[in-house]
Design a protein around this ligand. Structure first.
Ligand SMILES: [Zn+2]
Length: 132
């Protein structure tokens, strides 16, 4: 048919900053297709959007004498242990490991970040989750 390059992909646009992203290279954040930079921004905002929520989560855990994975749900523990075992893991790999819906995983990641158990970072062209 045509001589297009192998794996020719259509170009999407990031729903946040509108920059062009190759299809399949976007990151899904609550149903929004984002470029990598925006995804990192959304997962790890430079400024904490709700400091009291984070402080509250940490304080509550301290009051309850909880540290590490104490007080977490089974799913949250599973996610945390998977990240701990791997050292670092991409969101897609984590999704394959824990087998939940992406939005569910996103919610749990948000909780774990609030409890300062995990964080996201960028290395090369990938976003990894790792222990805090
Ligand atoms: Zn973007």
């Amino acid at each position: 048919m045509n001589a297009s390059r192998e794996g020719a992909q259509s170009i999407m646009h990031c729903q946040r900053c509108r920059s062009p992203v190759e299809e399949g290279e976007t990151y899904d954040f609550f149903g929004q297709a984002l470029c990598e930079d925006c995804y990192i921004y959304m997962v790890n905002p430079p400024r904490v959007c709700d400091p009291t929520a984070v402080a509250g989560a940490v304080t509550t855990r301290k009051q309850l004498g909880q540290s590490g994975t104490a007080g977490l749900t089974e799913l949250q523990k599973h996610i945390y242990r998977t990240i701990e075992e791997r050292g670092k893991i991409t969101r897609d790999e984590l999704l394959r490991e824990v087998k939940v819906k992406p939005e569910e995983l996103e919610r749990q990641i948000a909780v774990l970040r609030h409890c300062e158990l995990i964080r996201a970072f960028k290395e090369g062209d990938k976003v990894y989750l790792t222990k805090w």
